[in-house]
Design a protein around this ligand. Structure first.
Ligand code: NAI
Length: 506
């Protein structure tokens, strides 16, 4: 694959041309400033908002989008991908006379068919692999950052030259530019967000979970794995030196240990899950789902955000960040716990509280005096307990109130012993019983009976069950998350049912 450098790009094909940068946000501001500093003629097209004020303050002339697009020979669409199709059709396309160039910083809309570029114009991609602030800072520092360039439509025969010249103008050919298709850029970007990132997150949480379960102090676990910043530093070194070469920075014990054990984690299932994710991206299934979600006003995204914010982890991370940001304490202080407390002033015992929270989140690690685990149910008791539970669910007033403005059917599939039941919350009524639900369920939950019993009695945290694969979920995430509102009521009814059947007080 060819890497394009400064000498492969010719800025002169942009000399005397008017560049219209539409949007003055993360990328718009950074790219416009860099292009101007590279001696090119830049104006800004923006709606009347604070971004337009910033552009004026930076000394640019700012026009309404339609006017700027009409004036530009090169029109760079640097607004959020979600709004680009509408803005393009309404404001930009009428000004795109044949021979002009339309430039994107993301392949998404063209790749998934949300934008059909007008004929007669060059359609190119100049997509920095760098956030806007980095695009500007690195340029000012005389350094570069990599970008992808691509050509979706070559009306003039010079589309690639235009893309490379723009890449040079923003400072990217100093570091190196790679040519890809719009689809490749979009798919790689989504793969990183939807497969690599979440898989990496699961590796991290699995490691925390396992080590705390095995009795290591949570504070030490967090520091060891990522909160000391060593991981971030190592990742930077991997980017700089490569995965193999950076091993030289680690001890020989570390080199031997990690290389001799690496094969153990070649897990075929991981590859399969990534392939599934990639398939969803390439087939356009994700793009269609996301378009429908946006058309509906993003209810699922909002539910997911709320659920994430409701996690104790979110609050702890915020407190911790605040505590560390003023005077990052040396690792030894943090590990000791007390040093960090003294430094925190108004936040005594932060690390100790974080440790207590982690223990409660992950379960199993119990301090003296904490409740002993519930006796596991015998297999023959399971049907009777769930029958009594469902009878209570069907009659409970709090659940009827929950069902008032809802239409939610949940299908539970238990194993060991096998038992199938459902709950339906609709129009202020609650139906619950054994067997499959009378209508298709929006949410299906699978678990061993022992696991659901543990979750409903508080013995097993739901997050941990999901994290370790003991609880499997299928269906609509937004509706499943809504169930959190009645988790306490379901737990209360289950404990009552359990006590009635087993006679044991929890
Ligand atoms: P941004 O969110 O910073 O964009 C803000 C700009 O969009 C403002 O000028 C605002 O006036 C304008 N805008 C917002 N809504 C609008 C609407 N409804 N109508 C008209 N104008 C509107 O966008 P960002 O993050 O700079 O992204 C721009 C492009 O760059 C996207 O294609 C994105 O995928 C791509 N990109 C972004 C990166 C980043 O660092 N954020 C990195 C690489 C590519």
């Amino acid at each position: 694959m060819r890497i394009y450098r400064d000498e492969d790009a010719d800025l002169s094909i942009l000399q005397g041309k008017q560049i219209a940068v539409i949007g003055y946000g993360n990328q718009g501001r950074a790219q416009a400033l860099n292009l101007r500093d590279s001696g090119l003629q830049v104006l800004i097209g923006n709606r009347a908002d604070e971004y337009a004020d910033q552009a004026r303050a930076d000394g640019f002339s700012v026009l309404p989008i339609a006017e700027a697009a009409a004036r530009g020979d090169v029109v760079m669409l640097l607004i959020p991908d979600e709004v680009a199709p509408e803005v393009l059709v309404r404001d930009v396309a009428p000004g795109l006379a044949p021979g002009k160039a339309l430039v994107f910083a993301s392949g998404y809309n063209v790749a998934f068919g949300f934008i059909q570029p007008p004929p007669g114009v060059d359609v190119v991609l100049v997509a920095p692999r760098m956030i806007g602030a980095g695009v500007r800072d690195l340029y000012v520092a005389g350094r570069g950052f990599p970008s992808f360039v691509g050509v979706a439509q070559d009306a003039t025969g010079r589309a690639r030259d235009v893309a490379l010249a723009l890449a040079k103008g923003i400072g990217s050919t100093r570091a190196g530019v790679v040519e890809v298709t719009f689809a490749q850029e979009a798919e790689l970007d989504l793969f990183t967000e939807q497969c690599f990132g979440p898989a990496f997150g699961q590796v991290l949480t699995t490691a925390v979970d396992l080590l705390v379960e095995e009795g290591y102090p949570p504070e030490a676990v967090l520091l060891e794995l990522y909160m000391s910043g060593e991981l971030a530093y190592t990742l930077a070194k991997i980017a700089e030196m490569g995965l193999v070469e950076q091993t030289a920075l680690h001890s020989r014990t570390s080199q031997y240990g990690s290389m001799s054990r690496g094969m153990r984690f070649l897990l075929p299932e991981l590859r399969e899950r990534m392939r599934e994710g990639l398939e969803e991206i390439r087939s356009g299934k994700f793009a269609q789902e996301w378009a429908a979600e946006q058309a509906a006003g993003c209810p699922t995204l909002e539910a997911l955000r709320q659920a994430a914010r409701a996690q104790p982890l979110h609050q702890w991370e915020q407190e911790l960040r605040q505590a560390l940001s003023y005077a990052p304490p040396p690792a030894a202080d943090l590990l000791a716990g007390h040093g960090a407390s003294a430094r925190e002033g108004a936040r005594p015992g932060l690390w100790m509280r974080a440790g207590a929270w982690l223990r409660s989140l992950l379960g199993r690690v119990r301090g003296p005096g904490e409740a002993a685990p519930t006796r596991p149910l015998r297999a023959e008791e399971v049907p009777a307990v769930f029958r009594a539970f469902l009878a209570r669910v069907a009659k409970d007033e709090a659940l009827h109130a929950f069902a008032r403005d809802r239409d939610l059917t949940v299908h539970y599939l238990l194993e060991e012993p096998d038992l199938e039941f459902h709950m339906r919350f609709a129009e202020g009524r609650v139906a619950a019983g054994f067997g499959a639900p009378p209508v298709p369920a929006q949410v299906r939950l699978r678990a061993r009976a022992e696991v659901l019993d543990g979750m409903l009695t508080g013995r097993i945290p739901a997050m941990r069950a999901a994290m370790t694969g003991q609880l499997r979920f299928e269906g609509e995430a937004r509706l499943a998350l809504g169930m959190q509102a009645v988790q306490g009521d379901l737990s209360r009814l289950y404990r009552e049912a359990r006590q009635e059947v087993t006679g044991a007080v929890q």
